[in-house]
Design a protein around this ligand. Structure first.
Ligand code: CU
Ligand code: ZN
Length: 171
């Protein structure tokens, strides 16, 4: 009887730990500059219920807004970042502002750099997940662009050259 109780107690503790671990699921991308650029930084993703929150700290930008997306291939090997492919779009939507209903799953709010070329961002993303399902961003890439995202031009937002790239890895 006593052993059974201990068994239940241990089981409960393990269950709570597993739940806490699932809620803490995260992923990180270390942004490295593409050829001829100096943009670098860290992007962190955390699963919170059915949303994923993103935080970014990026330096080496020109002042002002920059297109910022999750791209479909976790491949930053090309000097110009083109190996990362197009925007991550598992739901087959047009490119758009992530604050509106229709947008690529990989479309994120723009990075806005200050006069010293630094940008920070904190936002909630949907519909993406970390480590499960068709909308899983692990193994994809984060790209920072030279120019602003107009959130209209298809399928890119016309945000120009790719100045930094980082593969998203489970953390
Ligand atoms: Cu992009
Ligand atoms: Zn897009």
């Amino acid at each position: 009887m006593k052993l059974q109780r201990i068994g239940i107690a241990v089981g409960s503790v393990l269950g709570v730990c597993a739940l806490a671990w699932a809620q803490q699921m995260g992923a990180t991308a270390a942004l490295k500059p593409t050829t001829g650029n100096t943009t670098a930084g860290t992007v962190t993703f955390t699963q919170k219920g059915d949303k994923v929150s993103v935080t970014a700290n990026v330096s080496g930008l020109s002042p002002g807004p920059h297109g910022f997306h999750i791209h479909e291939k976790g491949d930053c090997s090309a000097g110009d970042g083109m190996s990362a492919g197009g925007h991550f779009n598992p739901t087959g939507k047009p490119h758009g502002d992530p604050a509106t209903a229709d947008h690529h799953a990989g479309d994120m709010p723009q990075l806005v750099a200050d006069a010293r070329g630094k940008a920070t961002l904190a936002a909630d993303l949907s519909p993406v997940t970390i480590g499960a399902g068709a909308n899983d961003i692990v193994g994809k890439a984060v790209i920072v662009h030279k120019d602003p995202d107009d959130f209209k031009t298809q399928p890119t937002g016309n945000s120009g050259a790719r100045v930094a790239c980082g593969v998203i890895k489970k953390s």
